[in-house]
Ligand binder design. Structure first.
Ligand code: COA
Length: 388
């Protein structure tokens, strides 16, 4: 049975800060951010873009009227919840006008949750040939101004339609997950920002990758040469590279060169967006699909990681004509048309986001009429603008 990613799209807010300028402001050598961490720009979120509006914006350009009739489940993966009870999926379901007889809920396990959402969708669809599932990964990665994690912030969402006979990637029946209780990054309820053990989080990520990949290779009888490319969770572009480098010597020279070059194409978009937590792996997947010369039938390996921690290695195979279902021009335009803000302005946006203080004059632009955004909060109920 062929089930997989039929459509995929991302949305990022319209502002970014230049990492060299952020480094200067923090009196750090810019090469630490540009090379050591591997980030060039970092998406900055206005208060008017929360996980609901970003998720709806990522989905709106790929969902057709026919999809809306057949989506039986909407899952939002996030670690930036705006409510401890009500799921963002319910609001997104409403904003997108999806048929009412649908299951809508939120999933959480740090940056990992979109992956079990996809696997759940796959299992769900096996018994439902006429349905589709909308999976959305939406987050605002926030560590705090002048915190250790500050250069690894970002914001954005990825939306995916999972269906039978997918147009882009078929999910294979081979996922291996690895769980280990570790306090590398966590956010106890009531905390605005996560608690992070930076060095431990890098080690825990690499260990989780080695364990899940090692078990996957053993169970499936596969080696690195079986993959055209590998995609990783990308909290910052250097992270996945460290994981890849930790096993690359097991491969022959041709495979090493191919996987290393593929990695660079796979993190191209992430380098200009920063960390989007749950969506990072899938932003990287879009980057790979749109920036690398790939062919139908090739297999991509994916490593998902959520601190805490759960890692998962799985694979997907490109289907005929997949290149006709991507939007490279649209994505380049989205990234290139963003507005650079100064470090001072980024800090002001950051603080307004925390306080939910709207400044529609400073933050509004003509383009906003075409997107979803958070317009106001009245009696703790969020009101969203719908595209005209
Ligand atoms: N030129 C080039 N590279 C430089 C440099 C310079 N001038 N100065 C430092 N670097 C390199 C360091 O050698 C290091 O590379 P390495 O990891 O290969 O050794 C890298 O830049 C980062 O330096 P480090 O001292 O580790 O930075 P840090 O203590 O500020 O922490 C993070 C970096 C990523 C741990 C921190 O930003 C963080 O906690 N982020 C959030 C958690 C996270 O994303 N974890 C990942 C797993 S989910």
């Amino acid at each position: 049975m062929s089930i997989g990613i039929d459509k995929i799209n991302f949305y990022v807010p319209k502002y970014y800060v230049d990492m060299a300028k952020l480094a200067e402001a923090r009196q750090v050598d810019p090469n630490k951010f540009l090379i050591g961490i591997g980030q060039t720009q970092m998406a900055v979120s206005p208060v008017s873009q929360d996980i609901v509006s970003m998720g709806a914006n990522a989905a709106k350009d790929i969902i057709t009227e026919d999809d809306k009739k057949h989506i039986g489940m909407v899952i939002v993966a996030t670690e930036s919840a705006i409510d401890n009870a009500k799921a963002a999926a319910v609001q997104i379901h409403n904003l997108l006008d999806i048929q009412p007889f649908a299951r809508c809920f939120e999933m959480k396990e740090a940056c990992y949750a979109a992956t079990p959402a996809i696997q759940l969708a796959k299992d769900y669809l096996e018994k439902r040939p006429n349905e589709k599932v909308l999976v959305i990964a939406s987050d605002t990665a926030r560590y705090g101004i002048q915190s250790g994690g500050e250069p690894t912030q970002g914001a954005g969402a990825v939306a995916m339609v999972i269906s039978h006979n997918p147009s882009i990637l078929e999910l294979n029946d081979d996922a291996v997950a690895y769980t280990e209780d570790v306090y590398d990054f966590w956010r106890p309820t009531g905390h605005k920002y996560p608690l992070v053990a930076g060095a431990l989080s890098k080690d825990a990520y690499i260990k989780s990758f080695q364990e899940s990949w090692g078990e996957y290779a053993r169970r499936e009888g596969k080696s690195l040469s079986d993959f055209e490319s590998l995609c990783f969770h990308v909290p910052f572009t250097k992270m996945g590279k460290k994981a890849l480098d930790s096993i690359i010597n097991d491969a022959d020279e041709t495979t090493q060169e191919r996987l290393t070059a593929g990695y660079e194409d796979a993190v191209y978009y992430n380098r200009y967006v920063g960390n989007i937590y749950t969506g990072s792996l899938y932003l990287s997947l879009i980057s790979l699909l749109e920036n690398r010369d790939l062919k139908a039938g090739q297999t991509i390996g994916l490593f998902s990681y959520g601190s805490g921690s759960v890692g998962e290695f799985f694979s997907a195979t490109l289907v005929d004509g997949f290149e006709n279902h991507l939007d490279k021009e649209g994505h380049k335009a989205l990234l290139n048309h963003r507005e650079e803000v100064s470090v001072e302005t980024y800090e002001a946006y950051f603080n307004r986001f925390d306080e939910l203080e709207f400044d529609h004059v400073a933050e509004k632009s003509e383009d906003d009429k075409d997107i979803f955004y958070l317009e106001s909060i009245e009696e703790d109920i969020r009101q969203y603008h719908r595209p005209e």
